[in-house]
Write a protein of this length. Structure first.
Length: 259
């Protein structure tokens, strides 16, 4: 198959491009790429990849078009891709807008872990997308991690603010924990290791059994020790509510019209 990648050196675009080439899903000479600043000497070390002069040339050379630009840059593309499978990885650009391209549309929501090929990438297929198309989508997204097909487009918007946020919320928590550790006078190296033990190693205990999180909290609270005291105060000060309010604000912001 021949793939065109618009936004090929962006955060998600470069992760996808590299993974497609490394996994052999597309030969280098069957990949066409486009970025705003024009052609480069090679693409991620692959000289055989073709640099398109514009969107029309990329579409002409491709069976599948992946759109990996910022949502605010979408209107200026003026993409016309009749007969092509068009995969958008832009957050919050709805099917109704993408359908103007004339292609068979799939919306997907990878995250920053695509760089490490550990992204969770939910996706939603629009009208006219075939079973063969869906197989291709699963194979493409499988190059950068795991994926699930969604049955409701509105749920994909929720995915944009949950797994789509990647490490953002763990980073928010880690920053608060680091600030606390430093304020207590811990040496920097020790503070970093302590916070990694919470955010990275502690979080790993829930992998594959995230549904047990409330039970784990209950165990700590029932023990009524120092951790329970901290958990209870954090909730009294609005930790859980603040996090859910933040997610709701992100969802509302994403659903606003651009501009």
């Amino acid at each position: 198959m021949k793939i065109g990648l618009i936004g090929a050196l962006g955060w998600i675009g470069s992760a996808l491009g590299r993974a497609l080439l490394d996994r052999g899903l597309v030969p280098a000479d069957h990949l066409t790429v486009l970025i705003r600043r024009g052609a480069q000497p090679d693409y991620l070390g692959q000289a055989a990849v073709h640099w398109a002069a514009d969107v029309a040339e990329l579409v002409e050379r491709s069976d599948i078009v992946i759109v990996a630009v910022r949502p605010q840059d979408w209107p200026a593309l003026r993409l016309q891709a009749p007969g092509r499978l068009v995969i958008s990885v832009m957050a919050m650009v709805p099917l109704a807008e993408l359908a103007g391209s004339g292609g068979r549309i799939v919306r997907a929501m990878p995250n920053a872990l695509a760089e490490e090929r550990r992204s969770y990438s939910p996706w939603f297929a629009g009208p006219g997308v075939t079973a063969a198309d869906k197989d291709i989508v699963a194979r493409i997204l499988g190059c950068i991690g795991d994926s699930d097909e969604m049955t409701c487009e509105a749920h994909l918007d929720v995915m944009a603010v949950l797994p789509g946020s990647g490490p953002a919320y763990p980073a928010l928590m880690a920053t608060a924990l680091l600030d606390f550790a430093r304020a207590q006078g811990l040496p920097e190296a020790v503070a970093r290791r302590a916070v990694e033990a919470i955010v990275c190693d502690g979080g790993a205990m829930l992998k594959g059994r995230i549904e047990t999180a409330p039970d784990l909290l209950a165990t700590f609270r029932d023990y009524a020790g120092i951790t329970a005291a901290g958990l209870n105060r954090a909730d009294e000060d609005g930790f859980s509510g603040a996090l859910q309010s933040g997610l709701a604000a992100a969802l509302a912001r994403g659903r606003l019209p651009p501009g």
